[in-house]
Design a protein around this ligand. Structure first.
Ligand code: PEP
Length: 251
């Protein structure tokens, strides 16, 4: 199955608008030089408008780091899919472990966000992953299964083709510890089998599953050589134009 690779940068709560625009322009140039793969960046909400404007017709895709479930309403501090698509945003990350762990987002809330993204015309990037304690107590697969089952509740088969998944072991995010390529491949294969069982094989074959957790220029090539790893969700190394450029140009 030929899935188009996707390299995604998650800028988290970093960068001024001017810095974000400069970094986006560099990513757009690298993306233009690599037409066989997709590239996405997720700036902070404050930079989305200017980044969308700056990347214009380049192939670089712009994502939000989260999205509300309703179009509008009394939701202080939230941003809707309607507001995001209005700017030219095409994707939204949901269920990032920092949202789960620091801000208390639970599977049911993440599911609503994912459904809100789909209904509002955004492609959701659903993040799942286990903590160190869950891995060490042999609960990795049961945790992932729960996050997948509850996160994808109510998603129709035909909508599944718009989904992107990201496996992000919490113990590898921002810690410098990367899952080995074998550990990552094992989980990616498990997630793909989950999709085949819960939906059908052609959906499992089509959905892109990204790996995230201390991805850097030094490990991207070996991760991307794994059969079920279709891309990367990159935090720290996406904040540097040179390292993100090298990751985009994985071989
Ligand atoms: C992330 O933010 O999703 C992430 C994987 O971060 P890092 O690459 O810094 O570990």
């Amino acid at each position: 199955m030929n899935r188009r690779p996707l390299i995604a940068g998650n800028w988290k709560m970093h960068l001024t608008v001017a810095e974000a625009v400069r970094l986006a322009q560099a990513a757009a140039a690298a993306s233009g030089a690599c037409p066989d793969r997709d590239v996405m960046v997720a700036p902070a909400f404050t930079a989305l408008a200017k980044v969308c404007e700056a990347v214009g017709d380049t192939p670089l895709q712009v994502a939000a780091q989260n999205v509300a479930w309703d179009k509008e309403g009394a939701y202080t501090g939230e941003i809707s899919a309607l507001m995001l698509t209005d700017l030219g945003v095409r994707l939204a990350i949901v269920g990032h472990s920092e949202r789960r762990q620091i801000f208390g987002e639970i599977d049911a809330m993440i599911n609503r966000r994912l459904l809100g993204a789909l209904a509002g015309g955004l492609q959701p990037v659903l993040c799942v992953g286990e903590t160190l304690e869950e891995r060490e107590s042999n609960r990795t697969f049961s945790v992932l299964e729960r996050q997948m089952r509850q996160g994808l509740q109510g998603v129709a088969k035909e909508e599944m083709f718009r989904l992107v998944l990201a496996y992000e072991p919490v113990w590898a995010i921002g810690t410098g510890k990367t899952a080995t390529k074998e550990q990552a491949q094992e989980v990616h294969a498990f997630l793909r089998q989950f999709l085949a069982d819960a939906y059908e094989k052609n959906i499992a074959d089509a959905v892109r599953i990204l790996y995230g957790g201390s991805v850097k220029p030094e490990n991207i090539d070996s991760l991307m050589a794994q059969p079920d790893i279709d891309g990367a969700l990159v935090g720290g190394a996406a904040l540097n134009a040179e390292s993100f450029d090298r990751i985009i140009r994985f071989q």
